[in-house]
Design a protein around this ligand. Structure first.
Ligand code: C2E
Ligand code: MG
Ligand code: MG
Length: 722
């Protein structure tokens, strides 16, 4: 063998395609791999110009290398070039060119490598990723992926399925497969006896079925696949980043065969793209869930309610049908939270949510509106159906349940509004249902109530009044009046009661019987009470400075004031700031405070007593506190309710009752005060029964401070009371 033959043998057997070109760009050597890459035999290219094998070079490459021409342009570069084969297929090659000089002759050595697969991957990835960035539909992305694979390798038909949490495969993309095949093979359970898809998902590794017909493990959908002409199938699991199987990519073939190298490489890219698309869809779904569902109960939240309810209203308008909105509030939920703790409160809410969910139809919209409030929108529903359902809901919701160890008897109040009568949009309808719910609560809880125009009017008025009260408090427009309590034995002033007065520029005089409950409802009561306490103490201190003898002042507080554990501290600070002693102040509480289940209430009462501030039970006789209970309380005074004083003269049994009260208070060492005394006959009867302290218009109505001073001056001897 000549030396030339020896070297040409080496070049012939090299792994890459090798071409040698002379200085005239003529091909002088073309090895076997070059034949395969270009799809041409060496006899057809030998002696031809190299431009036969390569596309014209780009302009920019020419300008970069001005002194070169032809193949010399590529010396020292790696270039990726498309190669058009004579059979019209196209492959990609990476080419490097070296310039060789032998005995004054110039030769070019071209080494080329087939990079088609790499190129295909890149293009596939780029295309699918682009679509992923532009669409939210997982199906659309996966369908495109299947089609792209099929375009690159037309011998494969591709399907992609998602593995659901119930262990079933749900087909997401199967372009080219008839819909009945998809529905027949959809939802197949994974396992050792399934199809190659089910088995691959079950094992978590690829499964090749060369011959579907004779595969004993392939049980589900076999005939359907064969009927479509598929003979082989290769299933590859799609795994999430945590390695769990989340889907299956399947290649179907029309001949019995195994996947080739191109198929494995396509599967590799495709599964990673599937993983990306599926995980992206999953996180999108998670974000959607977080944005539109309540975390605790898994019910739609307000935002979703508004979207769905808006659609429901539009539908109702189109169909000219009615629609009902139910506003449901759990009765005494706060008590469950306060006494059993928040986890118990949460558990109760979940129970209520579940019961509601079970009670409504698919088409109805249920949402957790906030805290312990739920809203249901009933489509195609009139007032009869709405009240039927509300009644049923009350029954279902009030079934006893167990939270931890504690048996609970839940109850709810429901307000109902109707579209279109009570509002044209969801906000108005919900507001109306809320108002109706409020009325249901007032009717006595565990019942439902329909919204009415009258209710609306009242609610508006209440709202306006609420704002006015807020303003009155802020601008110090509230006043305190004082009513004397007289000792009819000693004829001395026993004490005075401070009573709040509100004269509003817009609404005129508003009785405390109206604005005190309003302040309680709208959360202003603590603020109001603090103002009253401070003002009463300030006034008392001022009178004493001015030489008036006022033994003490009584202030009325509301039950919810006693939920505030800082109240004793506050009282102490007020007394100190006005230079008063605890004995100068008397707090009037109603029996409601004593019956309050809030554990703070009794603690506050006891701490106030410990300060030395006296406590009085107001409106005594109208509540339900037992005598035994009364005995255990740190009270100093009983105020006989004015209704008894009113009936005293004409009603024997009332007289027996007032007689009993004075005996009780005597035996318990309490001061008894009779209030609402308007006539001397009442005073005489009370005096005869042993009452010493009386309060009422007979002596003086509640007076503003300056009037009260005049009254004090005039009545200093108190002789006319004898
Ligand atoms: P109360 O504490 O039982 O006050 C006694 C009520 O009887 C007062 O009504 C008083 O004006 C009225 N009254 C006094 N003498 C007579 C009389 O001879 N005949 C009649 N018919 N009534 C008489 P007022 O001022 O309208 O207060 C009503 C209720 O509002 C009070 O009942 C008290 O529960 C509440 N209230 C008044 N001021 C305050 C306050 O500053 N804070 C709180 N929390 N409640 C207050
Ligand atoms: Mg009172
Ligand atoms: Mg009273």
């Amino acid at each position: 063998m000549s030396i030339a033959q020896f070297y040409s043998q080496i070049l012939e057997q090299a792994e890459n395609a090798i071409i040698i070109v002379n200085e005239n760009d003529d091909i002088v050597f073309f090895n076997g791999n070059a034949e395969r890459l270009w799809g041409r035999s060496r006899s057809t290219v030998q002696g031809a110009d190299i431009s036969l094998l390569m596309p014209p070079l780009k302009d920019d490459q020419q300008t970069q290398l001005p002194n070169q021409s032809g193949i010399g342009l590529l010396v020292g570069h790696y270039v990726e070039l498309p190669i058009e084969r004579p059979n019209h297929t196209r492959v990609w090659a990476e080419i490097s060119v070296s310039r060789i000089e032998i005995t004054g002759h110039i030769l070019y050595l071209i080494i080329a490598r087939n990079i088609t697969l790499h190129k295909v991957h890149k293009a596939l990835r780029q295309h699918v990723l682009q679509v992923m960035a532009n669409t939210e539909s997982l199906q659309e992305v996966l369908n495109l992926l299947c089609q792209e694979i099929n375009r690159i390798a037309p011998e494969i038909s591709v399907t992609i399925a998602r593995l659901n949490s119930d262990g079933r495969l749900n087909t997401l993309a199967a372009p080219g497969f008839p819909s009945e095949y998809i529905s027949q093979t959809n939802n197949i359970e994974i396992g050792p006896q399934s199809s190659s898809l089910g088995l691959a998902a079950f094992r978590g590794e690829p499964v090749v079925v060369r011959d579907i017909e004779n595969d004993s493990n392939w049980t589900v959908g076999k005939h359907e696949a064969l009927r479509l002409g598929y003979k082989a199938c290769w299933a590859v699991p799609v795994k999430a980043q945590d390695s769990n199987v989340i889907g299956i990519l399947a290649f179907y073939y029309r001949v019995c065969r195994r996947p080739n190298k191109l198929h494995t490489q396509l599967a590799e890219v495709a599964t990673s793209l599937c993983m990306l698309a599926m995980e992206q869809a999953q996180s999108r779904a998670r974000i959607h869930h977080l944005a539109f569902f309540d975390n605790l109960t898994n019910l739609p939240n307000r935002s979703l309610l508004h979207v769905r309810a808006g659609q429901a209203i539009a539908q109702a308008v189109r169909d000219r049908t009615q629609l009902a909105v139910l506003f449901i509030d759990v009765d005494r939920f706060k008590q469950v939270n306060d006494s059993l703790g928040h986890p118990a409160g949460d558990a109760l809410l979940c129970i209520v949510a579940e019961r509601l969910r079970e009670a409504i139809r698919e088409v109805d919209i249920l949402c957790r509106y906030s805290g312990d409030e739920f809203v249901i929108v009933l489509t195609q529903c009139d007032s009869v159906h709405a009240s039927d359902l509300a009644g049923r809901l009350l029954a279902v919701l009030s079934a006893p349940c167990q939270v931890g160890e504690v048996p609970l008897f839940p109850a709810c109040s429901i307000g109902i509004s109707l579209f279109p009568e009570d509002g044209q949009d969801m906000d108005t309808l919900i507001h109306a249902a809320d108002m109706a719910m409020y009325q249901a609560k007032q009717k006595g809880r565990n019942c439902f109530s329909f919204f009415s125009g009258q209710l609306n009017l009242l609610a508006r008025e209440r709202f306006a009044l609420e704002s006015a009260l807020r303003e009155a408090l802020e601008t110090n427009r509230l006043k305190l009046y004082y009513q004397p309590q007289v000792n009819i034995e000693t004829h001395l002033l026993h004490g005075i009661e401070a009573l709040a007065r509100w004269n509003d520029p817009q609404f005129g005089y508003i009785s405390p019987a109206r604005f005190i409950p309003l302040a309680e409802k709208c959360g202003l009561i603590n603020y109001l009470s603090q103002w009253v306490l401070n003002e009463a103490c300030r006034q008392l201190a001022q009178w004493r400075q001015h030489g008036f003898t006022v033994p003490s002042v009584s202030v009325n507080l509301s039950p919810s004031d006693f939920h505030n554990l800082k109240l004793p501290q506050y009282l102490e600070a007020i007394l100190r700031s006005h230079g008063l002693l605890p004995g100068d102040l008397l707090i009037e509480i109603t029996e409601g405070v004593l019956m309050d289940s809030n554990p703070n209430a009794m603690r506050t009462v006891n701490e106030i007593h410990a300060l030395g501030v006296r406590l009085s039970i107001d409106d005594f006789g109208t509540g339900y506190s037992s005598l035994a209970y009364l005995r255990s309380l740190p009270v100093d005074e009983l105020k006989l309710d004015q209704s008894f004083v009113h009936d005293l003269v004409h009603d024997k049994s009332t007289r027996a009752l007032t007689n009993a009260v004075i005996h009780i208070s005597d035996s318990m060492n309490l001061v008894a005060v009779a209030e609402g005394v308007e006539h001397s006959t009442q005073r005489n009867l009370l005096k005869a029964q042993g009452y010493q302290v009386v309060q009422g218009n007979l002596f003086s109505p509640p007076l503003p401070p300056e009037e009260f001073e005049k009254w004090l001056d005039k009545n200093i001897s108190f002789t006319q009371w004898k």
